[in-house]
Design a protein around this ligand. Sequence first.
Ligand SMILES: [Zn+2]
Length: 351
Amino acid sequence: MKAVRFHAQGDLRVEDLDEPTVGPGEVKLKVEWCGLCGTDLHEYTAGPIFVPTRDAPHAVTGESAPVVLGHEFSGRVVECGEEVARVSRGDNVAVEPLVRDNTCNACQRGLYNVCDNVGFHGLSGGGGGLSEYTVVPEFMVHRLPDGMSTEIGALIEPIAVGWHAVQQANFRAGQTALVVGAGPIGLVTVLALEAAGARWVAVSEMADARKKKAEQFGADLVLDPQEDDVAAKVHELTGGGVDAAFECTGKKSTLETAVHSARRHGVVCNVAIWEQPTELRMNDLVFTEVALTSSLAYAHDFPAVLAAVQDGRIDASQLITARIDLEDVVRGGFEELVDNKDQHVKILVRP
Ligand SMILES: [Zn+2]
């Protein structure tokens, strides 16, 4: 079968691999669609970051580079191992690709997204979605509701990232929000906020193409920090600041914007993965009693996201900006994202 493997920085190869075999408690999938993620791009341009290296194989998969990429995907069940009860052959599923050890303290508390040995199917070894077939444990699959296409099924994973952030912020219907950064993560956070019944959502973004996307995705106001004092504008328009501000960029200045835009007793939720340590005036939190929280991936969010997409609270299709074949993944996928990142939200790959 054809699969895309990460060998080293800038070295992705479409290769012929043996089809994986299914064991007890496992499900074999024919991958239908797989989205490309900023994380995948980061591995290509600056990796290995999450991909395990030979001197430090992943604790759960035991594998290291080369590994199959692709963790945002849907598939059709072609074979079930013994003891598999929740799905059967022919079902279409979305994959929740978090690899975990199922034994650490976090896992025992149900917090599997912050497992001591967390990883991703499609980054950490054990297979991935940029592949004709892959085998996953049964706990990773969620059956698609009747009538939902596998194309939409591949978008459940990125939407779940925004959905989880909104849960982490304890966001309630009728509240107001600021999303800082309108890349793919910022945009899915906007979608999740609208589904949660937000009264007013503002977005702060500098790139023109992304500003336009934020408007299309339903932001009530798009501010540009090059032209506007974002926090001052937010305070003026909301009468004291937003209930929740989401930091989706990972820069000192944008974190400050989020903190300064929150109302007294509001919440700042960090969704960004940071490349560097940062400084924050802690008294900006103390004197406002603003809470700073974080969000990583998702846990227990897929059923709610599937329901929100199915009943129309979220229009997932607008995330798709291109569809390509597996053979074209380097030029039409990764290189396209390097050259035109701001133009794209999700490039879907058909293995
Ligand atoms: Zn664990």
